[in-house]
Design a protein around this ligand. Structure first.
Ligand code: BLA
Length: 532
């Protein structure tokens, strides 16, 4: 196990955050055996929250803690899952007074884990009648928000409606929707926040801010809550699970202690409480094609904040429903984009079919020429005649570029890269227009080429709000543990790169090539007939 002093920015992925041997201090965790309900491990803060030290519980039957009727409830679920009993309403004697708690059960490493939390008494909309929440109450809380969410048309509207809904329901100061990209980085695509906070909208952050193993836990456990990030962790006693001799796997625990890297991050942001709701993608039909973490609804509060089990369940439920909506809206937007490419292509083919030469055709409809693959500039080159449209590197640099492209291009006559300037240094001065290149060779003999260009990512991202000053940090802070510094780190990772070319854009280029060849051949036939 890594000690916290050994943790750094380079080994975040290796911190075993599922076995911290400790929990957050607002609740008590204990484990017991399934066969005789004897207590095996308990967190040391039982003396504060339950009024008795660990020694009073260890080795004892559950009866030391709760009434026989409650034990009977647990026993009724021993061979099943605990969904029907969660949360257990516990009324416990603490220092001679009766106190209300919520108990949450799950299984881990061959034992049963019971997590006990004090009833939340915050301003919690779901709280009023949550004590006796039943199906109808639950339905009441999710019905209207779901209808509003389902009525949205675009992904952007859906994301905005989602953060507004979650903020109304929970009262967090800030609620954001993060979307993960293929490379594990992410960005804030929607935000609902209190007026006194600066906006994080449009901010991008690198993959390392939510390391791989943390994402894996958020895939298994759909809601993560940190009610008070300045807590002192409470150790489990004994440290190892007596049955396995190993640390207890806390992957599914709601109280799991937070990585010190992350508590520092929260502290640097001035955030005291946080909650994240997982959004998963649909996943494929085969078991290996499992559901991936698509994004997170991330919530912040500048003072400690706890939510009742019911409100958390409602949030988790909404998260699952939103996952489905988000997935279908994202697919629909992909489809819309493909249709847009096809439409541009159809119009473009039509233009060139009616022109004397390819060059004329390109000159007549340069907008569709670039739109057809989502580029910002294009160059048509025939023999050494260069015609440029939109934002491109200077014509004088094209001949050398094509000589280099000839060494890269494959049998399929297409070559694409989103790191042109690092692969071909002469383009460095032109990175603002040509960080990405999609090249098509139409005819090797005629030396006919079509090149499309894209600018560096940093020029193209939509800055949404004003991510310029999300948080102020001391200059001497050595670790990059704030969204502000993360954003700088993310900028480093995308420097000299363009947005990647999508498979559908590369296909559109290849399709264009075969259509052009078709038109050229047809024109040649017509000429041959005329000349005969
Ligand atoms: C967890 N990091 C998280 C979580 C978020 C972020 C949302 C989920 C937990 C939560 O809800 O609080 C990241 N939060 C952000 C970002 C913004 C934000 C990017 O508000 C931007 C606005 N984190 C780091 C580095 C490491 C790291 C460098 O920045 C590792 C060295 C680790 N982040 C880390 C770990 C977790 C985490 C380990 C899991 C915490 C846990 O569940 O125990």
């Amino acid at each position: 196990k890594l000690a916290s002093s050994e943790l750094g920015l380079t080994n975040c992925d290796r911190e075993p955050i599922h076995i911290p041997n400790a929990i957050q201090a607002h609740g008590v965790l204990l484990t017991f055996t399934q066969t005789d309900l004897k207590i095996l491990q308990i967190s040391q803060n039982c003396d504060v929250l339950l009024g008795r030290s660990a020694a009073a519980f260890l080795g004892q039957p559950l009866l030391v803690l709760m009434a026989p009727s409650q034990i009977a409830k647990i026993e009724s679920c021993l061979n099943d899952d605990f969904e029907n009993v969660n949360p257990l309403r516990l009324s416990l004697q603490v220092d001679g007074k009766s106190q209300g708690f919520e108990g949450i059960l799950h299984r881990a490493d061959g034992v049963i884990v019971l997590e006990i939390e004090q009833l939340a008494i915050a301003e919690d909309p779901a709280q009023a009648d949550a004590r006796t929440v039943n199906f109808f109450d639950f339905y009441k809380f999710v019905k209207a928000p779901m209808a509003r969410i389902q009525n949205t048309q675009t992904l952007a509207e859906l994301a905005q409606q989602t953060v507004t809904t979650i903020r109304t329901l929970t009262g967090f100061d800030r609620v954001m929707l993060y979307r993960f990209a293929e490379d594990g980085s992410g960005n804030v695509i929607a935000e609902a926040k209190a007026d006194f906070l600066d906006s994080f909208l449009g901010l991008h952050y690198p993959a390392s801010d939510i390391p791989r193993q943390a994402k894996e836990l958020y895939r298994l456990n759909l809601l993560r809550i940190i009610p008070d990030a300045s807590y002192t962790p409470s150790q489990l006693e004994p440290q190892l699970n007596p049955i396995t001799g190993e640390p207890l796997d806390l992957s599914l625990s709601v109280l799991r202690s937070v990585s010190p890297m992350h508590t520092e991050y929260l502290a640097n942001m001035g955030v005291q409480a946080s909650m994240s709701i997982s959004l998963l993608s649909a996943g494929g039909a085969s078991p290996s094609d499992s559901r991936q973490l698509w994004g997170l609804i991330a919530c912040h509060h500048d003072s400690p904040k706890q939510l009742s089990y019911e409100t958390r369940t409602i949030c988790e439920f909404l998260g699952q429903a939103i996952s489905f909506e988000v997935g279908s809206k994202a697919d629909a937007e992909d489809l819309d984009y493909k249709i847009q490419l096809q439409t541009a292509q159809a119009r473009f083919i039509n233009t060139i079919a009616n022109c004397q030469s390819l060059g004329d055709g390109f000159a007549q409809n340069p907008d569709d020429l670039t739109a057809l693959v989502g580029a910002t500039g294009a160059v048509f080159c025939e023999r050494s005649q260069v015609t440029a449209f939109g934002s491109t590197p200077p014509s004088a640099s094209i001949a050398d570029l094509i000589t280099w492209i000839d060494t890269q291009i494959g049998e399929d006559a297409v070559f694409s890269t989103n790191t042109l300037v690092s692969e071909y240094p002469p383009m460095v001065p032109h990175k603002d227009v040509a960080s990405g290149l999609l090249a098509l060779r139409i005819s090797r003999i005629q030396k006919t080429y079509l090149l499309w260009f894209r600018p560096e990512v940093l020029q193209t991202i939509d800055w949404g709000g004003q991510p310029n000053k999300p948080v102020e940090v001391e200059e001497d802070h050595t670790l990059r543990l704030t969204p502000r510094k993360s954003f700088d780190l993310w900028k480093e990772t995308v420097q000299l790169k363009s947005l990647p070319w999508k498979p559908c854009e590369i296909e559109a280029a290849l399709e264009l090539r075969s259509r052009i060849i078709g038109i050229v051949l047809q024109k040649a036939d017509e000429l041959a007939v005329l000349n005969a």
